[in-house]
Write a protein that binds this ligand. Structure first.
Ligand SMILES: Cc1cc2nc3c(=O)[nH]c(=O)nc-3n(C[C@H](O)[C@H](O)[C@H](O)COP(=O)(O)O)c2cc1C
Length: 254
């Protein structure tokens, strides 16, 4: 059974967020996701958040029964059954996760694959490209990505952004931008040690407010979220020292 982490159904803008970090509330992903959702909530949005790792989401069987036998639904009995109508009704979808091998983690993609049930099977030409039109819905959902990665450079997210934009064309969602945090592990460390990084969290909150108020997030805000936290060479040194220590600890435990 699906239990949302946060539920507040009194407000207008419906936001559905998925956190696909296996570290859940302790994740670097959560450090950015939570203030972003707080910002949306302060502007009156209703929020539902799910940890992907707590959901039962089977891989797509590829039988296309959702297009032929039971239109718009999946024959598999798992948590996707309850999620499909929620996704269909959401104004804003938030996919939040750590970068895994240059893309989204497998369980997140497994959910995305299952969403073809929300498309109509008949192929049409849209902007001179084959598409399956989205099934009827009252609003066009906006997709926001939130991701953090271990490497230092912002360009690590380039394949992911291209993928997210393609997904939006495929699903008829509107791509509303990405909150990207390179050298993500540095953020939690610096917060714990009292380094001045609060501006990054404040910008994540501001992004939520901007999206609710203006329908978009400013470039300036996104830039602050992804700003350099520590020089490249220092980061490599700190990271490698951390791995060295972790390996020492693991040896001691043997
Ligand atoms: C299986 C796996 C694959 C990863 N692939 C990448 C990668 O391609 N590029 C990168 O910069 N970081 C990569 N990372 C590092 C994570 O993105 C990073 O540790 C992140 O801070 C974890 O975030 P979380 O605490 O939200 O789970 C990978 C980590 C794992 C476990």
């Amino acid at each position: 059974m699906i239990l949302p982490l946060i539920e507040d159904s009194t407000m207008a803008l419906k936001v559905l967020a998925f956190n696909a970090s296996p570290h859940m509330e302790k994740s670097n992903t959560t450090l950015i996701l939570n203030p972003f959702l707080d910002g949306l909530k302060e502007e009156g949005a209703s929020i539902e958040t799910f940890y992907i790792s707590q959901l039962k989401i089977n891989p797509c069987l590829g039988d296309l029964n959702c297009w032929t036998r039971i239109s718009g639904k999946c024959t598999q009995k798992d948590d996707v059954e309850a999620l499909l109508p929620k996704i269909q009704q959401a104004n804003i979808l938030v996919f939040a996760f750590p970068l895994y091998v240059d893309g989204m983690p497998g369980p997140m993609k497994t959910l995305v694959d299952r969403l073809i049930a929300l498309l109509d099977p008949y192929v049409v030409l849209k902007d001179r490209h084959c598409r399956h039109p989205a099934r009827e819905r009252t609003t066009r959902a906006k997709l926001v990505l939130i991701s953090n990665c271990g490497f230092w450079e912002l360009d690590n997210f380039a394949p992911l952004i291209a993928h997210a934009k393609a997904i939006c064309k495929n699903t008829s969602w509107e791509y509303a931008g990405a909150l990207l945090r390179p050298h993500g592990p540095a953020l939690g460390y610096m917060l714990r040690k009292g380094y001045p990084v609060q501006d990054v969290l404040d910008a994540a909150k501001k992004a939520g407010k901007e999206l609710a108020k203006n329908g978009k997030i400013s470039e300036e805000t996104l830039k602050t979220i992804g700003r350099e936290l520590v020089p490249l060479n220092d980061y490599i040194k700190i990271l490698n020292q951390g791995f060295e220590k972790a390996r020492e600890r693991a040896k001691l435990q043997k």
